[in-house]
Design a protein around this ligand. Structure first.
Ligand code: HEC
Length: 113
């Protein structure tokens, strides 16, 4: 009985792992590139903002981090008036596409293979 429960727990966590990976892969880079035009004014072309402490560089950042940041601005968990207004009308898919696009870009602080 105990063994069966252990197997069940292991199986359940594997399903969770695959579900998580699938959600990271859900962003479409090409669609994100199109949607990113609205972000360029502050975050620079391809997410490489000019050197200023005001606007973070998004290029090369991890997609899951970007996705989480965008979801938090949308939910209000992360408070910033500028970014809240940017994500207000964006869908879950938009956020994933944007995260995938910026993660795929080479940043001045990161290297991409
Ligand atoms: C009007 C300027 C402006 C525009 C346009 C803008 N942002 Fe931002 N963004 C900011 C500022 C300012 C911050 C820093 C906010 C903070 O301190 O939380 C920020 C932060 C972020 C962060 C968090 C970065 C980090 O390192 O935690 C992400 C992700 C982000 N923006 C994505 C976007 C995306 C995607 C778009 C386009 C849909 C966009 N931004 C458009 C000004 C802007």
């Amino acid at each position: 009985m105990k063994k069966q429960i252990q197997i069940l727990i292991a199986a359940a966590s594997l399903v969770g792992l695959f579900a998580t990976q699938a959600s990271f892969a859900a962003g479409n880079i090409a669609a994100g590139a199109e949607k990113s035009k609205a972000c360029e004014a502050c975050h620079g072309a391809g997410g490489n903002a000019p050197t200023t402490p005001d606007f973070p560089r998004l290029a090369g950042q991890h997609a899951d981090y970007l996705d989480k940041a965008l979801r938090d601005y949308k939910s209000g968990a992360r408070k910033n008036a500028i970014m809240a207004s940017q994500v207000e009308k964006l869908s879950r898919q938009d956020l994933q596409d944007l995260a995938a696009y910026f993660a795929s870009q080479s940043g001045s602080l990161t290297t991409k293979r």
